[in-house]
Design a protein around this ligand. Structure first.
Ligand SMILES: [Zn+2]
Ligand SMILES: [Zn+2]
Length: 169
C-alpha cells in the first residue's frame, strides 16, 4: 500500500496491513520472517512532513552468532516517524541534523510505500549481534561441536589469547 500526498492532503490515512513471510524484502539481512507481519498505522500531513505512527508485530528467526543455532526473535515495535520531502535536503544541506532527530526520514516522489516503513522498522529492531542466550558457549574452535550440548576435551588453540605474550613478561 502506498500512502500518497494527494490522499493525505484530503484526510489522514489509516492502514492495517498484513505481510506474509517472504513478502517483504529485507535487503539480504541475516534473518528471516517466520510469521505474518501485522502493521497498523495512521499517517497524516504536517506541513510538508508525513508523520506515520503505529505498531507492528511479527516473528523472525536468525542464527546465533556463536553456536549458529536458530534463534527466535519476536518483534513488537511502536513507531512515530517523520518523513521530510527529499528536496529539502538540498536546501538544508549545510545544516547538520541533530542526533535527536534521527527518527526523521525522507521521502521522494508522491508519497511513501508502507512496506518500506515496515521493512525499515523490522531491520532496526534486530540486535547487531544475535545470540541464543547471553552465556552461549559457542562452537569449539577445534572440533566444531556445539559446546552448549557437548563437552569436548580439545586444548584451546595456541593463538587464543592475544595477551598471552604480555602476561609472560
Ligand atoms: Zn548460541
Ligand atoms: Zn572440541
Amino acid at each position: 500500500m502506498r500512502i500518497t500526498l494527494a490522499e493525505l492532503e484530503l484526510h489522514r490515512v489509516t492502514a492495517s496491513e498484513r505481510y506474509a513471510p517472504g513478502a517483504l524484502d529485507y535487503h539480504g539481512a541475516e534473518f528471516r520472517q517466520t510469521a505474518p507481519l501485522q502493521l497498523d498505522a495512521t499517517a497524516e500531513l504536517l506541513g510538508a512532513e508525513i508523520r506515520i505512527r503505529g505498531q507492528l508485530a511479527t516473528c523472525l528467526e536468525a542464527s546465533c552468532a556463536r553456536c549458529l543455532g536458530a534463534v527466535q526473535i519476536p518483534v513488537q515495535s511502536d513507531f512515530d516517524l517523520f518523513y521530510r520531502p527529499m528536496k529539502t535536503i538540498a536546501v538544508e544541506e549545510e545544516i547538520e541534523i541533530p542526533t535527536d532527530e534521527l527518527e526523521i526520514g525522507f521521502y521522494s516522489g508522491d508519497g511513501i510505500e508502507l512496506a518500506d516503513v515496515a521493512t525499515e522498522q523490522v531491520i532496526l529492531s534486530v540486535p547487531m549481534k544475535v545470540v541464543c542466550k547471553t552465556d552461549c558457549k559457542g562452537l569449539c574452535p577445534v572440533c566444531r561441536v556445539n559446546r552448549n550440548l557437548v563437552r569436548c576435551d580439545c586444548a584451546p588453540p595456541q593463538q587464543e589469547s592475544p595477551f598471552a605474550s604480555l602476561m609472560e613478561e
